[in-house]
Design a protein around this ligand. Structure first.
Ligand code: HPA
Length: 243
C-alpha cells in the first residue's frame, strides 16, 4: 500500500487507534496542515482530522489543497478517508458502510484543483475511477471479515453545505442516480487523483436524507450515530491496513 494516511471525518478526530502518536505541523504553498503520525503493526501511518482536532472547520472552509499536498509531501501514497453521509437509497441504511465508486459534484465555491495554470500548467485529469478500486476491494474484504454490512459501490453527491439539503434537492439527486449525500468528498477525492494518490472513502450512513427521514435533520444526530459506530469504523480501518 505504500505509506498510508487516514483522513478522519466527523466523529473520527483522534488518532487513538495508532501507537507512538506524535503531533506535527507543516506549511506548504496552500496553507498549513496539522497532523498526527503514529504506527500500527509496524507501519507508519499519518492521521489528519479533516475538520481539525476539535471539529472546528466547516466543510466549505476546509483547506483541501493544503491537506492533500501536505500528505503527498509526507510521502503518503494511499489515503483511507472517512465521511458521515445521509442515504437516498432505501437499501443503504443508517449504520451501514459504503465504499462509493462515483460522485456527483454540487459544490459551489471551493478551490478544486492544483492545476490553475502557471507553473502547474493546465491539466485535465481522468475521473473514470475517482476512488481506487483496489483499496475499495481491500476495505470491502476487511468489512466482510468483520461481519459488517459494507456496500461495495454507490454514488456520492457532494453539496456545498454547511446547511443540510431541502427535500426537493434530495428528490433531484435521487433522479440523477445519487445514493449518498455529504459535504466533503469533493474536492478531496479529485485532488488526490490529481496528486496521483490511491484514495478511497469509507462512508458511514448516519441518517436518511432530508424528506426521506421522518424528522428534520440535526448535526447532533449525525455526531451521535458516528460516536455509536466509531469503534466499528476504527476496526474497519485497522483491518484494511492489516490486509
Ligand atoms: N446531508 C449532508 N451531509 C450529511 C448528511 C446529510 O443528510 N448526513 C451526514 N452528513
Amino acid at each position: 500500500m505504500g505509506r498510508i494516511a487516514i483522513i478522519g471525518g466527523t466523529g473520527v478526530c483522534d488518532a487513538a487507534m495508532l501507537n507512538q502518536v506524535k503531533e506535527g505541523t507543516m506549511d506548504n504553498f496552500y496553507g498549513t496542515i496539522k497532523y498526527m503520525k503514529g504506527t500500527y503493526k509496524g507501519k507508519d501511518i499519518v492521521f489528519l482530522p479533516r475538520h481539525g482536532k476539535n471539529h472546528q472547520i466547516p466543510p466549505h472552509l476546509i483547506n483541501y489543497r493544503a491537506n492533500i499536498l501536505g500528505l503527498k509531501q509526507l510521502g503518503v501514497t494511499t489515503i483511507i478517508a472517512t465521511t458521515a453521509v445521509g442515504s437516498l437509497n432505501p437499501a443503504y441504511k443508517p449504520d451501514d458502510f459504503v465504499l462509493q465508486d462515483q460522485f456527483l459534484d454540487f459544490t459551489k465555491m471551493r478551490h478544486a484543483t492544483f492545476f490553475d495554470g502557471g507553473k502547474n500548467g493546465v491539466v485535465h485529469v481522468d475521473m473514470t475511477s475517482p476512488y481506487c478500486p483496489h483499496l475499495r476491494q481491500t476495505i470491502v474484504e476487511a468489512g466482510t471479515e468483520l461481519g459488517y454490512t459494507v456496500h461495495p459501490q454507490g454514488t456520492y453527491v457532494c453539496t456545498e453545505g454547511p446547511r443540510f439539503e431541502t427535500p426537493a434537492e434530495i428528490k433531484m439527486f435521487e433522479k440523477l442516480g445519487g445514493d449518498l449525500v455529504g459535504m466533503t468528498n469533493v474536492p478531496e477525492v479529485c485532488l488526490a487523483r490529481e496528486a496521483e494518490m490511491c484514495y478511497s472513502t469509507i462512508s458511514m450512513i448516519t441518517n436518511f436524507a432530508a424528506g426521506i427521514s421522518p424528522t428534520p435533520l440535526t448535526h447532533s444526530e449525525v455526531v451521535e450515530c458516528m460516536a455509536k459506530n466509531s469503534e466499528r469504523l476504527k476496526q474497519l480501518i485497522l483491518k484494511s491496513i492489516e490486509i
